[in-house]
Design a protein. Structure first.
Lengths: 285, 304
């Protein structure tokens, strides 16, 4: 397993597309900070209250939240209004699924690459357990996700510092909760990556996996859960990975954080078991 | 006798289609086994099953004397090149090899360079694979199969699309591996005459069934000599052949007859034909080509 992870890291480092995705994400992060800070100057009291509601309540409540398809990134607000800090801003960007969009593309390409070019034929017959092929990729993507988080945070910090002309504040509020929020977002993002990998493995199609990954990042799950809610009056939003990503922020209630963590772990287990089983049982073509 | 591979009634079904049908094949240690079959005969499916890339529907596989279920410790002793080599086109040949070495836990300095040298790619190791020619890619594919110094090499059509020089180079590599490392090699190819230059044993597969397993010596004996007769009118000559008691012959075109029996009577035959007014353009004893024997065996000559 360790050998396969080493191999995957090696090919990830040598893959141009993974670097392009990382660079695009950095550019987007910088642009996002600048645009948000520009827009923040035009915020009214009502806008701030609306953002505050969304931040504290997440998107679990179908009745009260407006549904937005796509990415909506806002600056974090505290009770006093807009307050810019790198870590808090980073968590609101995670909540807006910006990183998820880039991960969807990276995961689909990475998981499907060796099937697409046939490299898998070189190694599948020689590993002791073919299930490890999927798990190794999932772990490598977890490392990539970690790198994405670090780079996104650094980009946020640097851009904020440049934009404001002074060293940006690192964080405000409860640091423990902030770290818990980032940790849970990490679990959810890694789980999402495994989910996209599962689709890529199952369909052997990167484009299919990217499309599904992007649609779910943009909030496709909300359409499904609204539909289910209308029919059954049951709110299933809290059981989707992406909707939990949209719910977890630095000032979320612990109930939301624990729920999101549970969803992340359960889906991660299911996705990785299913992916491993497919690679183990299916013929390599 | 020590066998590296033994299959017993190996079968692979794709829904209702039987791609490999009860194949019982035997490969001895240190030999080069030529696997012959037409397109779609089941060669690649068979090779995928023994490489562990595909599950078999029925039958048994015994590798290095162990049943397939218990061969996890022997898996790294098998190297394979199935169909086109699977490579990352944007990476160099060396990096591609490094990928496989890492997957197998090999961390030796200069290991990839040795492999590249072995297949004659040492000068282009840093070149991106997408800029390689077909022959270079095939050679890289063989280098892939050699990672981990396998004892058993499975090569599916490794000389496909190569020019004569490329074919000769691959042939030399395989013969060298056999001689120096006592490697057992299973190789399939459409170029039968080439295969006949290196293989010790042949397995002929047709429509999923192994129709013959034969040593190179026996095969050469079976690829029998015959009289090739070229004359102005083949159909007129058949009456004379019948009169002279030649029974096993075939009219291949309007000017050519191939006679498979009584080869020692070629002189008498020539004079009889001339006396009966047939103009003999040429008469010679030639050896049947492996390709013709294969076509005869698989019924391909009837399709022609």
């Amino acid at each position: 397993m360790l050998n396969l992870i080493r191999m995957n890291i090696f090919r990830m480092i040598h893959s141009k597309s993974m670097w392009i995705i990382l660079a695009s994400m950095m550019a987007f992060a910088a642009l996002n900070v600048c645009m948000s800070l520009n827009e923040a100057n035009t915020y009214t009291e009502q806008d701030i209250q609306s953002i505050l509601n969304q931040q504290s309540g997440g998107q679990y409540d179908i009745d009260t939240n407006d549904f937005n398809f796509g990415i909506t990134a806002n600056l974090p607000v505290s009770g006093d209004g807009i307050r810019v800090s790198a870590m808090n801003n980073f968590t609101t960007d995670l909540m807006s699924c910006v990183v998820l969009v880039f991960l969807a593309i990276a995961s689909a390409l990475f998981f499907n690459a060796e099937t697409k070019n046939g490299f898998i034929k070189n190694i599948a017959g020689q590993v002791n357990d073919r299930a490890e092929l999927f798990l190794a990729k999932a772990i490598t993507m977890a490392i990539y996700t970690f790198v994405c988080f670090v780079i996104y945070f650094i980009t946020d910090f640097v851009t904020l510092s440049i934009y404001t002309g002074s060293v940006a504040e690192l964080y405000y509020g409860n640091l423990g909760k902030l770290m818990a929020c980032v940790g849970i977002q990490f679990v959810l993002h890694v789980t999402f990556s495994s989910g996209v990998g599962l689709v890529a493995t199952l369909t052997r199609s990167s484009s299919m996996a990217i499309t599904l990954g992007l649609f779910s990042s943009f909030g496709m799950g909300m359409i499904v859960s609204t539909f289910v809610y209308v029919l059954t009056n049951i709110n299933i939003t809290r059981y989707f990975v992406v909707d939990n990503v949209k719910a977890v922020i630095f000032n979320s209630e612990y109930k939301i954080l624990y729920g999101a963590l549970a969803v992340g772990i359960i889906y991660a287990v299911v996705y990785n078991l299913a992916g491993s089983l497919i690679l183990k049982k299916r013929d390599v073509v | 006798m020590e066998y590296v591979l033994r299959t017993s009634n190996l079968t692979k079904m794709f829904s209702k289609h039987c791609a490999v049908d009860n194949v019982s094949l035997h490969i001895k240690r240190g030999e080069i086994y030529g696997f012959i079959g037409r397109n779609g005969a089941g060669k690649t499916t068979f090779m995928k099953m023994i490489s562990g890339l595909s599950a078999h529907t029925a039958g048994e596989i015994e590798l290095f004397g162990e049943k397939m279920n218990n061969i996890s410790k022997y898996k790294s002793r098998i190297g394979n090149l199935i169909e086109a080599p699977g490579i990352y086109p944007n990476m160099s040949g060396r990096s591609n090899l490094r990928c496989k070495s890492l997957a197998l836990g090999i961390h030796r300095e200069g290991y990839e360079d040795k492999l590249l040298e072995m297949v004659g790619l040492n000068n282009v190791g840093n070149k991106k694979v997408k800029n390689y020619s077909l022959g270079m890619k095939q050679r890289l594919g063989i280098a892939f199969a050699l990672v981990g110094e396998p004892d058993f090499l499975i090569l599916d059509e490794p000389i496909n699309g190569l020019d004569p020089q490329g074919i000769a180079e691959i042939r030399d590599i395989l013969l060298k591996l056999k001689a120096e490392k006592n490697m057992t090699i299973l190789i399939s190819s459409h170029i039968l005459e080439e295969l006949s230059k290196i293989a010790d044993t042949f397995g002929i597969i047709n429509e999923g069934r192994l129709i013959q397993e034969i040593s190179a010596e026996d095969l050469m004996n079976k690829c029998s000599d015959y009289i090739e007769l070229k004359l102005d009118n083949a159909s007129r000559a058949t009456t004379i052949l019948d009169k002279l008691g030649f029974n096993d012959y075939k009219v291949t075109d309007k000017e050519t007859i191939c006679i498979y029996d009584q080869l020692d009577r070629s002189g008498e035959l020539n004079s009889e034909l001339v006396q009966n007014g047939c103009m003999v353009k040429s008469i010679s004893v030639v050896q049947e080509k492996l390709e013709d024997y294969f076509l005869k065996l698989t019924g391909g000559d009837k399709d022609a």
